[in-house]
Write a protein that binds this ligand. Sequence first.
Ligand code: SF4
Length: 302
Amino acid sequence: MEVKLAKTAGFCFGVKRAVDTVYEQARQRKERLDAGEENVPDIYTFGPVIHNEEVVKDLEKKGVKVLRSEEELMELREGHVIIRSHGVGKTVYDILEKNNIGYTDMTCPFVKKIHDIVKRESEAGKYIIIIGNPEHPEVKGIRGWAGNRVSVIESEAEAREFCLGNTELKDESDNKICIVSQTTFNYNKFKYLVEILMKTRYDISVLNTICNATKERQTEAEHIANEVDAMIVIGDKHSSNTQKLFEICKKACENTYYIQTLDDLNMNQLKLKSVEAVGITAGASTPNNIIEEVQNNVRLNF
Ligand code: SF4
């Protein structure tokens, strides 16, 4: 049986960079503790470093704690905080600096670029529109650089409502709008929402800030799913990009399985036995060791 593993499966550049940094800092901390050093700061991540329970549990075992909110951060008096690839709003940096807490900023450079755009454009007097999911940490972070004059638009209904007249846009200067996007937003939907917003009376500049990593992973997954008899998508059940990958693969290949780890795959063994070619892909927050494990198991057992 042939196994086709997607080249883009797993961590994207920004996530890999952040996760590697957390593991490296945990390793260095252990080394210092083992050497008998005192007052070695605890390591915290602001929010789980990735949407993957396995990795978060593994890091917990290595002594990395997770701060879940700005309130929790405000209470921190010592320790070292790592900012994950999603990035954070300005208030988080303000709290860290005010309380003299050391930090490592692992905001993905592509997200950082959006923070810079939003800060610059809002300071220049523009109203900011972020196309994305308002509940996503990345969007909350971007919003945190836009001052008060900002809207997050995710759906057609919200875009149309905005066009009918936004009560927050009162004075002349508000006629200038800057639109950016969450890095993982669907490009076609972004284009569609921008088309609706362009019909307003406002002077709009549009910056497509969608990251190619997501698109490339989706395109490759769809391509492989079209060529195989069974497709395995590996990722955390809460990871939205893995859910999206699963949807895309399922459309192309009915025999598609969504698993978190190798344990979930065992249930499906019987169905996989009769297939000739299996494709494997994984979401942006799936660690390499899980992908390898699944791949090796499929190669050995089917
Ligand atoms: S998806 Fe793109 S923007 Fe987001 S963390 Fe990965 S590389 Fe950075």
